[in-house]
Design a protein around this ligand. Structure first.
Ligand SMILES: [Zn+2]
Length: 801
């Protein structure tokens, strides 16, 4: 039986007004108890409330932003109930005519777009706070009377993750509007939920209210728990009791608190001491003038105007202060793309280290723009720019002043650098002759000597250029990484692994290739493609990181095998996709002696020399992107089997360059990749697949599945041992992630079939049009960065670059 869950939220936000909603007391968090109180908010008989117009205005601003119909007249009622933190024994709220109704908020979650309807927004007063200390219960009325806006959604949400996502989106929204700080720990943003589960197609079930969810994470956990609880009861033929339950964060369960009151129990009646509020033209104009560009809109604009990636725009627009800072820096002349990279990278790292917020540091948008300008004009190089950035934080001075004071100006005069290079070459004759003989290894050492001679101030690119010119060399490290291309055929006709000897000879003999090429041959293993282990990949990753980053290489060529090329190319793409040094993989279906191998190898060398950045693949003489590769033999065709790119690599396939600033030893990389591989599994679904097989794998320690599904993300989810159902549920309970790909070259989006909807409900993550090989290699890349927590891994896997 298929079930459907319905979740609605009641979100409460404390409005950031200076004073309380019906009296002049200060509204502030964390002050001495019972100091901000007066006869009105302490509930003395006869005290008269007076409406705080600013609270009303902020309420309308939120309602307007949520696309609500705004009330031209709204009224207040008394909601009667007794509770110690409510001194009047009633709460002033809105019942018959709330300030906003019939709105909506658009969400996108796991690529699924959804409109969540907002039933109403109403203004009320907050209660006081009861603090339990040992045997005593203490009351603090400071909070009583704080303006509280309650936003009630229709039950349009279905799962905990989605509710958490909505709440995060909502928090960002109220922070953008400046109406609430959105702090869940301090209670300025609170959330209750109602949950019902019913048989698919039968409409809403019996509603259970969940309270006491004090963080985004608890919202997700509590709702997941409650949905599972109700579904279990229904599956066993039981009935759901209408009640209110409290989330117990220590035990990870919800507990029954009381059988639910209906609104009749509150005996709402009009508040006699407050006249109806009339929203006149002037008031509505001031509401309009408080509207701001919302996070989603701003993200879209930054992507369009500054050509940022989605991930960059999302990072920058997460906080309005960061977005403002960024746009001010760009207005002051910073290059948009560079500014985004620095903000996400070095600036964020410094903020994390110093524990400060962007607005509270000496780094102003103007200084940031100046720093990037100095870098762009070549007055400082990247490493000096990083030092200067840190110095801005410590010295609170302009970057140009810091550079002048500390003598950090970059040396960019070619003749000055030429002299230093000549001196270093003269002192290192042995290294020079080694290089001239074809061994590039001492190159990095020579660069280092020049940098040392200039206290790190020489322009590293210029040093490279001068060195290369003096030695008249082009360096192409060539990696021998197994496969037929470097192998040969024995007399018995068997293909065995070998080295690159004859390929390199063929390149040397080719007059159309530059004659100053020097190769470093790195033997990373003599094996055939299918024999690759995580440890082999680790050796490759370590070598690529060393050579792509050191600046001595013009380009890298990696000769590898065919069978696992789609994985190896993907892994390098996700790790080094932003490399300015070309990284070219090549493979061949035939051994190294054949013309096909020689042609492919030569083409790879050409690309490496020409300097096309990023990771690419050459197969059968053709250049291909490094993701979504599929090997094909066309039946009946006389053409050699080849690769093609499967599915349109979309935004997700653009490089994410996960290796970034990692500095890992070969052993660390090997350990991490081995662990990652041990925890991962590729499962292709097929008719008759049993959930119990996957469950056994989960019990054996598998935490990440790449699930290859049918079509746009469908699978058997019937109530049967031969369906995915129980495995998805079991995985969900054990923080196991399912990344979903398609067997049919489709884009997995979970929005078409009821069977894919079930998967989406179970928390499976659609990976768009990425192939299984690309998703698995991306997973290894993500796990290599050190993320282990399921949430982090999921975010990194989904992050469009
Ligand atoms: Zn008061």
């Amino acid at each position: 039986m298929s079930y459907r869950s319905y979740v609605g939220l009641e979100i409460h936000i404390q409005l950031a007004t200076r004073t309380k909603v019906f009296c002049g007391c200060r509204a502030a968090f964390g002050e001495e108890p019972n100091t901000n109180i007066c006869p009105v908010c302490a509930g003395y008989p006869g005290a008269l409330p007076a409406l705080n117009a600013e609270a009303m205005r902020l309420g309308y601003v939120v309602a307007r932003t949520l696309n609500c119909d705004l009330a031209s007249v709204c009224e207040f009622e008394r909601k009667n109930y007794f509770y110690p933190d409510l001194p009047k024994n009633y709460q002033i709220s809105q019942f018959a005519a709330p300030l906003g109704t019939n709105g909506h908020l658009d969400l996108e979650f796991h690529r699924k777009k959804k409109r969540v309807r907002i039933r109403e927004c109403h203004l009320e007063e907050d209660a006081g706070k009861m603090i339990h200390a040992g045997d005593e219960s203490l009351l603090d009325y400071n909070r009583a009377g704080t303006p509280l806006l309650e936003i009630v959604t229709e039950p349009d949400l279905e799962i905990g993750e989605e509710a958490e996502h909505l709440l995060q989106e909502f928090r960002r929204l109220v922070r953008y509007l400046g109406v609430c700080d959105g702090n869940m720990e301090e209670g300025s943003l609170r959330c209750d939920a109602n949950v019902s589960v019913n048989v698919e197609g039968a409409g809403l079930g019996t509603k259970v209210e969940i309270k006491n969810m004090n963080s985004f994470r608890f919202v997700r956990k509590a709702l997941t728990y409650e949905i599972d609880r109700q579904q279990d009861i229904l599956e066993r033929g039981g009935t759901i009791v209408q009640e209110t339950r409290l989330w117990n964060e220590n035990r990870d369960v919800s507990e029954s608190m009381r059988v639910k009151e209906s609104s009749n129990d509150y005996r709402y009646f009009p508040e006699p001491d407050l006249p109806p509020f009339h929203a006149d033209e002037e008031f509505l104009a001031s509401v309009e003038s408080s509207l701001v560009e919302l996070p989603r809109d701003r993200m879209r604009r930054l992507v369009a105007d500054y050509r940022l990636s989605d991930a960059q725009a999302e990072f920058i627009c997460d906080e309005i202060a960061t977005a403002d800072f960024y746009e001010q820096a760009v207005a002051a002349g910073a290059a948009p793309a560079v500014a985004a990279v620095w903000l996400m990278g070095d600036v964020q790292k410094l903020l994390n280290r110093t524990g400060s917020a962007l607005g509270d540091t000496p780094l102003t948008p103007a200084r940031f723009a100046e720093l990037l300008g100095l870098l762009d004009s070549g007055r400082i190089h990247g490493k000096l720019a990083k030092q200067t950035l840190e110095a801005i934080f410590t010295d609170d001075k302009d970057p140009s002043a810091i550079i002048a004071e500390r003598g950090w100006e970059q040396i960019t005069d070619p003749s000055a650098i030429g002299k230093i290079v000549d001196g270093v070459l003269a002192e290192n004759e042995q290294a020079v002759s080694q290089i001239r003989a074809g061994d590039s290894r001492p190159h990095g050492y020579l660069v280092g000597q020049v940098m040392r001679a200039t206290s790190g101030r020489a322009d590293p690119k210029l040093v490279q250029a001068v060195l290369t010119e003096r030695l008249s060399l082009t360096f192409i490290p060539v990696f021998s990484f197994g496969g037929a291309i470097s192998g040969r055929r024995t007399n018995e006709g068997l293909v065995v692994p070998g080295d690159l000897e004859n390929l390199i000879q063929a390149v040397h003999a080719d007059p159309t290739l530059p004659n100053d090429l020097r190769y470093t041959r790195l033997e990373l293993g003599r094996f055939l493609s299918e024999e690759i282990t995580p440890r082999d990949w680790a050796a490759l990753v370590h070598a690529v990181a060393a050579h792509a980053g050191s600046g001595d290489a013009t380009g890298l060529v990696i000769a590898t095998g065919t069978d696992t090329l789609a994985y190896t190319a993907g892994l390098l793409h996700w790790l080094f996709g932003d490399s300015s040094v070309p990284i070219v993989l090549t493979a061949s279906a035939t051994t190294g002696e054949t013309a096909e191998s020689v042609d492919s190898f030569k083409e790879a060398v050409r690309i490496a020399v020409a300097g096309a950045p990023g990771v690419s693949v050459v197969f059968a003489g053709q250049r291909l992107p490094a993701v979504n590769l599929k090997f094909e033999r066309v039946p009946g065709s006389t053409d050699a089997p080849s690769f093609r790119t499967w599915g349109a690599p979309d935004d997700q396939a653009r490089s994410v360059a996960l290796y970034g600033d990692l500095e890992l030893t070969a052993e660390e990389i090997a350990t991490r990749l081995e662990t990652a591989a041990k925890q991962s599994f590729i499962a292709k679904i097929f008719p008759g697949m049993q959930a119990s097989s996957l469950i056994a794998l989960i019990d054996a320690g598998i935490r990440f599945f790449v699930l290859e599904l049918y079509d746009s993300g469908t699978a058997n989810l019937r109530e049967s041992p031969f369906s995915l159902r129980d495995a998805i549920e079991y995985g969900h309970e054990h923080d196991v992630l399912f990344f979903c790909t398609s067997q049919q070259e489709g884009s997995v989006d979970f929005s078409t079939y009821v069977t894919s909807h079930e998967l989406w409900r179970g928390g499976a993550i659609p990976m768009g049009s990425l192939t299984t090989e690309s998703v698995y290699s991306r997973l290894l890349a993500v796990l290599l960065t050190g993320d282990r927590d399921a949430e982090q891994v999921a975010a990194r896997m989904e992050q469009a670059p």
